[in-house]
Write a protein that binds this ligand. Sequence first.
Ligand code: SAM
Length: 326
Amino acid sequence: MAKDRFGRNIHYLRISLTDHCNLRCVYCMPEDMTFRPNAELMQDDEILTLTRLFATLGFDKIRLTGGEPTIRKNVVDIVRGISAIEGINSVSMTTNGLLLSKLAQPLADAGLERVNISIDTLDPVKFKRLTRWGEVDEVLEGINAAEAAGLTPIKLNAVIVTGYNESDVVPLSGLTAKNPWQVRFIEMMPFAGATDFQLKNTVTAAQIKEQVEAAYGPLEVVNNGELDGEARLFRLPNGVGDVGFISSVTSPFCASCTRARLTSDGILRMCLLREKEIDLLTPLRAGASVEELRTMILDAVWMKPWGHGLEEGAIPLNRTMSEIGG
Ligand code: SAM
């Protein structure tokens, strides 16, 4: 078991399969974003080798992310390989859903359990403005395909951005009236690449909740108010799904964080919002032994920061969100 110096059991690894993306969401990366050459990214066998190592240290839960994980060549084989690793109990994915109409079933067959699909608006025009060119209908098809493939419960992620999609809070949360989905509103966080934009246009979880309640009435608390992962869950009056709030900025959940992140170029980050990084890929390629790599991971886990430093103005400026993996 990998414990940090605060006694947290760190067992959840988010692996970014690529920093490349087929969208350019305004709050995630600049329009002229450049991506790493493929040779700099972990190769399929390197992803599996590192995941095996993490599994031997008690990591049992994997989420694949990006960039956009579904555009990674061989994504289905990678999922199959990770699912087969002894000790890995759950493999899920965060995706923009654009390619799920084709990939949901093969991914499910390969062992993927669940997907979180990002969708910030149901309006095609606003969707295009937010993503710089995406088609929302393709995401909706992807959601249906994921549900049909049993990648459930479906969780939908939405970032609400001033001047772009504030009025979408109502239709998005309204999806949970009739669908057994979790619609989760994530507070926008600041990173490199779009820092000023992110700091200026944040809408807080409290503001979003107020809007939902103004439209639908008081929300019922779900789960006795306990966090479900990183989300606090509520239900619309007579709703069948849940509305979640991920208030990373205004009410951080660092005390219960069990996560580590492996970027697509093989860098371990113990906090999404801290700049400190531990390169695992270079030593792996240089022939480091399993023991040496395990020690590097355990040392990094031990030194996991207690929490992020947004309140003190510590903003991670060494990578965009898309280069880390949400
Ligand atoms: N491409 C995939 C997707 O769209 O879900 C996975 C990667 S994306 C970086 C993961 C999640 O991070 C998405 O739900 C996205 O909306 C969210 N995200 C991106 N930038 C963010 C930011 N600055 N603050 C909060 N969430 C952000």
